[in-house]
Write a protein that binds this ligand. Structure first.
Ligand code: AGP
Length: 618
């Protein structure tokens, strides 16, 4: 989950690296550091806490006026081994100062490597697993190997998933970038001017400089020099990789007139869903076209089950997708947390498909689950937002969310666009599996109105501030939903707890009488999703049970429903919509409620404590 930036080229490296780290700070932010190569060796600056602490300490000129080519690497950290501190911040440098490294991932065998290196006299100055890398590379450089050879030898000894960028005073103007396993991406950016080259863990860090990007796959090592990049597999085989041109513009990754990225991304959802739909639905015939996922009618009809694997918000989206795909495509769906799937020996096989849902495309647990599905012979699809991500590149077919960069740690537009993608997949598979039978699945035409309905839910509403003022001191919330809106209750609870640090639970409303109703009192607000669908009456009954115990009810309800206004204490309205599309609408008031409560509590909404945007460790 750390952010990595590297640079080689004619411009001063420090400002470019710091600017890139600023854009990657959402990936991890408990400490940061930078290393640049000067004519008198490698200069390091590191600081604990936010990136602004590092920027305050950067020497006025970390550049190297004596050299036409500047070389530098930088890192913003989310700690795994070794507490957040300056001594544990990256970059780490070898004892002789000849090698510096930044790293994302976990060296699982770092303890034995550390003992082996210490026995050879290596002096460790941090508690991190990362430091073993720099001592290994230095060992092989001392033995006379080139930087590339030393890197290959060192990386070949590491177990676990890694993303590594290193540089050496012995080879100015060269960066080594390597990817092993699922530890988060490694991208190489080809600059437009004077052969400058960039390396990043995530492309928003370098998009302002170039959109020509190539991505490393697992077990690949790149040597990056001005105007050139050579990739080899760890076994030495040369690799040819196509450069991709990324359509995202850097501006869309900026906050604009919004106070927070999360606020911006909540309010971008109508536009995002418009982009998600673009070119994928014939609104005359209802036909769905998925540009990067094609299935033959025979394959579609032969499918026995779909296994959705995802984490966090993406898993909640998958739970909604179960309703969509089972209802529309008549295909059985199981939903697993990525971190659980591969440990239960799932009955997945060649007659099944797996669907990895992941905004970042780099979530280690989801990638590992997808790999397990492939190992068991299943077709593997993905729904991803990050272009060029591991999940996208390693699946047999993918559907991009097209939400644009999602910077806020709390996922919002990725959630709603991934639900829409599953609706598209459901309609696509449904037509293939239904063939010419009379039963045509739910109509993709219904999607035509969705962006406009979303816009209505995003209109200004003073009730959010009122709710935040009244409930920001509360310590517990309960979220209740039924049917296709039960996963929305889970998602609403997650949104609240991850950005406001208020404890919140999502529960199937029908389960209340089996225990949780004991929690109800006037201190714990209960959010009830009670749109006018097939389970509406059950939800009304639930609301009455909560009110009978002095509970306070905040309802999410269908506009025009006068009955609920008499029963709930507060109502957040959503427009009427086809039942299968209501989760896209009901999720948004819960995103906004969580945002306003977190702001009222003075929380860091875009970078909540202990969290990172992409969890690339298992
Ligand atoms: C959601 O708000 C969280 N930030 C987190 O649960 C996230 O959804 C989860 O880590 C999965 O991320 P992914 O979609 O990038 O795989």
């Amino acid at each position: 989950m750390c952010g990595i930036i590297g640079y080689v080229g004619p411009r001063e490296a420090a400002p470019i690296i710091l600017g890139g780290l600023r854009r990657l700070e959402y990936r991890g932010y408990d400490s940061a550091g930078i290393a640049v190569l000067r004519d008198d060796g490698i200069h390091i600056q590191r600081a604990v806490g936010k990136l602004s602490n590092l920027e305050a300490r950067i020497e006025s000129a970390m550049g190297n006026p004596a050299s036409a080519v500047q070389t530098g690497i930088g890192h913003t950290r989310w700690a795994t081994h070794g507490a957040p501190s300056e001594r544990n911040a990256h970059p780490h440098v070898s004892a002789d100062g000849s090698v510096a490294v930044v790293h994302n991932g976990i060296v699982e065998n770092f303890a034995e490597l550390r003992r082996e290196l210490q026995a050879e006299g290596a002096a460790f100055r941090s508690d991190t697993d990362t430091e073993v890398i720099v001592h290994l590379v230095a060992r092989y450089l001392r033995a006379g190997r080139t930087l590339e050879q030393a890197a290959h030898a060192a990386i070949g000894q590491l177990r676990g998933s890694q993303a590594i960028v290193l540089m050496s005073a012995r080879e100015p103007g060269a960066l080594i970038a390597a990817r092993i396993g699922n530890a988060g991406g490694v991208s190489v950016g080809l600059g437009d001017a004077d052969g400058e080259m960039f390396v990043a863990s995530d492309i928003p860090g370098i998009l302002e400089h170039t959109r020509r990007i190539l991505f490393l796959d697992s077990h690949e090592v790149a040597v990056v020099r001005p105007g050139q990049v050579e990739i080899r597999r760890l076994n030495g085989d040369a690799v040819t990789r196509t450069v991709q041109v990324i359509a995202w513009d850097p501006v869309s990754a900026e906050k604009g007139e919004y106070r927070h990225f999360m606020q911006k991304e909540i309010h971008e959802q109508a536009r995002a869903i418009t982009d998600t739909l673009r070119g994928r639905v014939d609104f005359q015939t209802g036909e769905v076209m998925l540009e990067s996922l094609t299935v033959s009618p025979e394959t579609a009809r032969r499918l026995e089950r779909l296994y959705t694997v995802a984490c966090g918000t993406s898993a909640h989206s998958g739970l909604i997708g179960k309703f969509l795909i089972e209802s529309v495509a008549r295909l059985s769906v199981e939903v697993d947390y990525g971190s659980e799937f591969r440990y239960r020996d799932p009955l997945i096989g060649p007659r099944c498909a797996a669907l990895g849902i992941t905004q970042s495309g780099e979530t280690a647990d989801t990638l590992a689950a997808m790999q397990e599905a492939r190992r068991k012979g299943a077709t593997v699809w993905s729904i991803v937002n990050a272009i060029g991500s591991q999940a996208q590149r390693t699946s047999d077919g993918h559907i991009l969310m097209r939400a644009g960069p999602e910077i806020g740690v709390a996922s919002t537009k990725a959630f709603t666009t991934s639900v829409v993608d599953q609706y598209l997949l459901a309609c696509y598979l449904g037509r293939l599996r239904a063939g010419d039978s009379a039963r045509q699945p739910a109509n993709a035409k219904d999607l035509a109105f969705l962006p406009n309905l979303v816009s209505q839910v995003l209109e200004p509403n003073p009730l959010y501030d009122e709710l935040a003022n009244r409930f920001h001191h509360r310590e517990h919330f309960l979220y209740l939903g039924r049917g296709i809106n039960y996963p929305v209750a889970l998602e609403g609870a997650l949104k609240l707890k991850e950005i406001s640090y208020i404890h919140a639970e999502g529960y199937p409303a029908g389960e209340m009488k089996h225990g949780p109703i004991a929690l109800i009192d006037e201190q714990m607000p209960v959010v009830c999703i009670a749109v006018q669908d097939a389970v509406y009456d059950k939800m009304i009954s639930q609301i009455e049970q909560v009110k009978a115990r002095a509970g306070v009810v905040i309802a999410v309800a269908t506009e025009g429903d006068t009955a609920i206004a008499d029963k709930a204490d507060y109502v957040l309205w959503v427009p009427d919509a086809p039942a299968l599309l209501t989760p896209v609408l009901t999720a948004i008031p819960l995103q906004r409620l969580a945002y306003h409560l977190a702001i009222r509590r003075g929380c860091d909404v875009d970078q909540p404590r202990n969290l990172a945007k992409s969890v690339t460790v298992e």
